[in-house]
Design a protein around this ligand. Structure first.
Ligand SMILES: [Zn+2]
Length: 315
């Protein structure tokens, strides 16, 4: 559907603002949902289900039973963990974190509401983080870029999902040092699917890109770990680069890694200037820079990336 490039871009921009509003919820809640799940699983593992060996017994041998105090603590904690109010991306409704005021639909219009409320909660006047409208704006701009490259087409929709997932991963990793699998894997599968449909790069290039993306960071991690004994990256980083490899191809991997370092230097430099990075020893997650590199590469145009620093791969 091509009305005019301008109208397409405007529609994509409005859609991006709405999706950005949803991404704010994802960024805020997904790590909390993951933590709930871990808590539930880990307590569960100390309390054997009826007739089943506990994870403890599977690990330490069938005769070993969980230490009494651990089992007792888990038994006590489990009902409390299970009794926590339900938390999902859809419920409960968004509330002001300061006063609990339920946010009405007209207070939740992307960017517009923030300006109308002058960045304050309507009930208690606590400042609302500038980050919310910025995430909405960034998603709006990203969707306009997608529309300018691919128009309002199925492949454009796929790239819009790509951009949305990377924006979420950027901030989730920045906040929590986590890169949820529930975002990394759909990004990887969608990249392979888009290639298999013939909408993007060749499928073999996407598959080798995914494998190479994972293994390249995994090798750096192993080497760094053997040499220094420190843990510099997490498995989420390998998976995220694998996903980008599926979208940009094996030839683009070196360029993507270099681009990540450039984004990292730029963000790190900016944080030092703003004074948010007092100590150089604070571990800065690498994931946001990989995500940032993916967004920059998308904006520049995936074909450009393959010309810039092509790997000596035949595809
Ligand atoms: Zn409030």
């Amino acid at each position: 559907m091509i009305v005019s490039p301008m109208a397409d871009a405007a529609m994509a921009g409005v859609l991006g603002l709405l999706v950005g509003s949803f991404l704010n919820v994802v960024i805020h809640r997904l790590p909390k949902m993951m933590f709930r799940e871990w808590l539930d699983e880990s307590t569960d593992n100390f309390v054997p289900a009826e007739g089943m060996p506990s994870l403890w017994q599977l690990v330490f041998g069938s005769g070993a039973s969980t230490p009494k105090d651990l089992a007792a603590a888990a038994t006590a904690a489990l009902p409390q963990v299970r009794a926590l109010p339900a938390l999902s991306l859809a419920s409960p409704r968004s509330r002001c974190p300061a006063c609990g005021h339920a946010i009405k639909w007209y207070e939740n219009i992307p960017v517009v509401s923030y300006i109308a409320l002058r960045g304050k909660c309507s009930a208690c006047a606590t400042r609302i983080s500038l980050r919310y409208p910025l995430v909405e704006l960034a998603t709006g701009v990203a969707f306009m870029v997608v529309a300018s490259h691919w128009g309002l087409t199925p492949v454009g929709l796929a790239w819009a999902v790509f951009a949305a997932i990377l924006i979420a991963q950027f901030l989730i990793d920045f906040d929590t040092q986590l890169l949820p699998d529930s975002l990394n894997y759909p990004l990887l599968w969608l990249g392979l699917l888009v290639a298999a449909l013939g909408w993007n790069i060749r499928l073999d290039s996407a598959v080798w890109g995914a494998i190479g993306g994972y293994l390249s960071l995994w090798s750096v991690y192993q080497l760094h770990h053997r040499l220094t004994g420190k843990v510099g990256m997490g498995h989420g980083d390998f998976k995220l680069l694998a996903a980008l490899g599926a979208w940009f191809g094996a030839k683009s991997l070196l360029a993507l890694i270099l681009l990540s370092s450039i984004v990292g230097a730029a963000v790190g430099g900016a944080l030092i200037v703003v004074g948010k990075l007092a100590h150089k020893d604070i571990p800065i997650p690498f994931g946001p820079f990989i995500a940032g590199a993916g967004l920059v590469a998308m904006a520049a145009g995936p074909a450009k990336l393959q010309q810039w620093l092509p790997f000596a791969f035949p595809f």
